[in-house]
Ligand binder design. Sequence first.
Ligand code: COA
Length: 324
Amino acid sequence: MIVRSVILGVGAYLPANIVSNAELSKRVDTTDEWITERTGIKQRHVAAEGQFTSHLAIEAGRAAMEMAGIKSSELDLLIVATTTPDNTFPATAAKVQAVIGRPGIPAFDIQAVCSGFVYSLAVADNFIKTSQVKTALVIGAETLSRFLDWTDRSSCVLFGDGAGAVVLQAAEGQGTSADRGVLSTHLHSDGRYADILYADGGVSSTQTTGLLRMKGKEVFRHAVVNLADTAREAVEANGVTFADVDWLVPHQANSRILDSTAEKLGLSADKVIVTVDKHANTSAASIPLALHQGVTDGRIKRGQLLLMETMGGGFTWGSALVRF
Ligand code: COA
């Protein structure tokens, strides 16, 4: 018998305000056609004034706890993956904890940009596997709209705001790929590429938060290679094949990246959960938002095998194989 981290509940929250490509084209020199053709994005949600990352995270976390049927008194660990925290400190997780968490449990943020959710899932899974905690709330939440250069049309059209969450709980498994729960996680980083996707500011360097900067073509080139590699290592580590994978639940950066990764892996497009058209790239929130979409529309069913993969600034990248 071994301990597995089973996803008991999934939650999501998207700000009410939706900005279409057409609306964006009134603000920057772009068109719906260009954005759709190059990225697959049709719209994005944008947080209202006074609505912070923690507010989005709280809503998503609550929804995940409700689906899981657990109360905050049962939580042992709270992690928020975010690059857009409310404050430099305390951690956004602490602010979430004050509203829906349990006082006294560890609560902290993880900053791995678009890979933040997979990184956080891995950390929570390891806490659970080593029996340090039984139940964990893992949230990916972002207000990227606050962090964009709205005069840079090559980046500002790509991102959106939102939050997604999962509740993980320890359960006994046999140690095989038939177990329910997180089967394995795989994390990577290569800081040599830090200047390809980054913020041009920070507490220590400029005493400002900076704005998102990106060399889009280079990110694209690395993304398709890294995503396919980490997806392969996840299936190989568990002795399964891509034919056994029911759903690819990828980070939602760009539909062309999703298509070429799926093609490289031999996965048909109807096995990929796609939300980038409606949410744009919500960084650490995108995988749990996609997971939530697949679960609530009935495509993702209990017992199915899910492959999550992601790539973000750093570069960071990684994957998780999960039996839902
Ligand atoms: N609207 C209209 N034209 C735009 C535009 C926009 N929003 N953004 C850029 N352009 C123009 C450029 O100025 C350029 O014009 P030029 O040829 O006259 O110089 C032209 O479109 C092509 O730009 P280019 O950067 O070569 O386009 P691309 O095919 O590489 O697509 C991205 C750009 C950003 C969509 C693409 O590189 C990408 O998706 N990269 C990955 C980004 C990503 O996913 N980042 C997050 C990872 S977590």
